[in-house]
Design a protein around this ligand. Structure first.
Ligand SMILES: C[S@@+](CC[C@H](N)C(=O)[O-])C[C@H]1O[C@@H](n2cnc3c(N)ncnc32)[C@H](O)[C@@H]1O
Length: 211
């Protein structure tokens, strides 16, 4: 529960057995899952809509570590260090700034795609599930989506919220994907030393059909 990005990457790798050349981590933040996917994939692309997250991810790629301030309470922080496991081949990981709804045309296709806690941050989740996702994944490839379905006007206009999120997701993905696994994935978001937010994401793993 404490390391949600690690759990997501390893859930995808454990269910999608076999050899995988290309993986994509959409909404990768500072790249924790992206680096984990590189344990088994020869090329992993991490894309995020935050330039500052991509900058930090690239620092981690370049140096293998990154200093940061951990919030204790108020404005009191502890100097901390994030490290990438030295056994991970960092040169196989590429980070780029980008929008999941407007991806570059030359991105290509992937054996594995992870979109962890991304869909309820998008202005148009339906477009992502019905149009973007099918175009990214090779036949027989895997898509792992996780989401607590926390719809909020800050990210998604109310007219685009899903009312029964899992049913809607299934309806949108089913023409191109088969559901092969579903489970709750709990996670803790640390605000400060004494305050955490406890949430359950719905993790669904889909296999791309051969059309
Ligand atoms: C809730 S965080 C999840 C981060 C990470 N995947 C995880 O599970 O810990 C959502 C991430 O998606 C990114 N994001 C939001 N909108 C995006 C978009 N349109 N395209 C790509 N990334 C986006 C945010 O910057 C943020 O890093």
């Amino acid at each position: 529960m404490r390391n949600f990005p690690y759990t997501c990457a390893h859930l995808l790798l454990s269910k999608a057995k076999g050899s995988h050349s290309r993986a994509l981590d959409l909404g990768c933040a500072v790249g924790r899952s992206t680096f984990e996917l590189a344990r088994r994939c020869t090329e992993v692309v991490g894309i995020d809509y935050s330039r500052s997250f991509i900058h930090s991810a690239n620092q981690l790629k370049k140096r293998g570590h990154l200093k940061f301030q951990l919030c204790e309470e108020g404005n009191r922080t502890t100097p901390s260090l994030a490290k990438v496991d030295a056994r991970i081949e960092r040169n196989n990981v590429h980070f780029q700034f980008g929008d999941a709804l407007h991806l570059p045309r030359n991105l290509g296709t992937f054996d594995l795609v992870l979109a962890a806690n991304l869909i309820d941050r998008l202005p148009n989740p339906t477009f992502f599930a019905s149009k973007v996702a099918p175009g990214l994944i090779r036949p027989n490839g895997f898509l792992l989506l996780t989401s607590p379905y926390t719809w909020s006007k800050e990210y998604t206009p109310e007219s685009k919220w899903w009312r029964n999120s899992f049913s809607t997701l299934k309806k949108l993905l089913q023409p191109n994907f088969r559901l092969i696994h579903r489970q709750d994935l709990p996670f803790l978001l640390r605000e400060h030393r004494r305050k955490f937010q406890y949430t359950f994401a719905d993790a669904t793993l889909w296999r791309r059909s051969v059309n």
